[in-house]
Design a protein around this ligand. Structure first.
Ligand code: AMP
Length: 309
């Protein structure tokens, strides 16, 4: 695996494979790799001839300077993990490479970014994400980009910008990978200590409670959300939102009419000083397998997740 720092070097490295019609896959990341990131890379490895992973802690998407400063960084470890799963190129540019002096352009996706993460983190968060992802897609020009269902709203925003800007790339969404106790893997989990680590499972437990309520016949979204909120409140975490929303538009849902209208349960909470998010497609099917701690959720769930757009 080669580590590349500049756009020019990366384009040069991709020129020859592209001439030979190599299928190029991109996995955009901010580093601090865990099994969630590695699952995207493995999927890209299976699906593509050449796998590029970008490692860039994008300053413009952080709404809190403290969060940016505290964000875990260990490029040597990340490079070793990426090499192990067969990544070809690790693109790890300096901030000045992506944002040179005088940088003045922002990609902003209207509507989808107003609610949930956009409301709590501010619009600048998704502007930062949309701008850097557009740049990465332009620089790498992959056939496929691999994203995690863990960041469901981000998936919708990126799908929308790809469609609106006519970018020639397919977006593949991979299922959320969880710790054995159900906590969705996240680079921020490293900051959870002691009782906070135990409390952090409340997000997944709340999603399980919502899932169980729907499977046993509850169709009123407020009642489902109340069951989930009781779990979050009981664990003593500071809930920012727990909502049932349309999986296609993120609009609030009042009644569950799945499968005609797929519903996503989304949650954000602060545990100690750490902000965590998670989500789950809800199904009225009593037979379907539930959430599956400790590994990627089953393919049926993944398929549901990848319809989130
Ligand atoms: P990040 O480094 O947090 O920007 O994440 C890079 C990519 O990995 C994004 O597409 C995320 O959605 C994805 N990702 C993060 N955590 C997980 C997880 N637990 N399972 C699957 N994908 C994930």
């Amino acid at each position: 695996m080669r580590t590349i720092r500049t756009i020019a070097e990366l384009r040069a490295a991709l020129a020859e494979p592209r001439r030979h019609d190599a299928r190029i896959g991109l996995v955009p990341t901010m580093g601090a790799f865990h099994e969630g990131h590695l699952s995207l890379m493995r999927r890209a490895r299976q699906d593509c001839d050449l796998v590029v992973v970008s490692l860039f802690v994008n300053p413009t998407q952080f709404d809190e300077t403290a969060d940016l400063v505290a964000y875990p960084r260990d490029e040597r470890r990340d490079a070793a993990l990426a090499a192990e799963v067969g990544v070809d190129l690790l693109f790890a540019p300096a901030a000045t490479e992506l944002y040179p002096d005088g940088f003045a352009t922002t990609v902003s996706v209207a509507g989808l970014t107003d609610r949930l993460e956009g409301a709590f983190r501010g619009r600048a968060h998704f502007d930062g994400v949309a701008t850097v992802v557009t740049k990465l897609l332009n620089i790498v020009a992959p056939a496929v980009a691999f994203l995690g269902q863990k960041d469901a709203q981000q998936v919708l925003v990126i799908r929308r910008l790809v469609r609106d800007l006519s970018l020639p790339v397919t977006i593949e969404v991979c299922p959320t990978v969880r710790e054995r106790d159900g906590l969705a893997m996240s680079s921020r989990n490293e900051r959870l200590r002691g009782a906070d680590r135990a409390r952090a499972t409340a997000l997944h437990d709340a999603l399980l409670a919502a899932d169980a309520a729907v499977r046993t016949g509850e169709r009123d979204a407020a009642a489902v959300a109340a069951a989930a909120s009781a779990v979050l409140d009981g664990a003593g975490v500071e809930t920012e939102y727990f909502e049932l929303v349309s999986a296609d538009t993120l609009a609030p849902v009042t009644e569950i009419q799945e499968p005609a209208r797929p519903v996503l349960a989304v949650v954000a909470a602060r545990v100690g000083g750490t902000r965590l998010i998670d989500n789950q497609m809800l199904t009225t099917d009593r037979q379907a397998t539930g959430l599956c701690p400790g590994r990627a959720e089953p393919e049926a769930r993944a398929a549901a997740g990848s319809q989130v757009s």
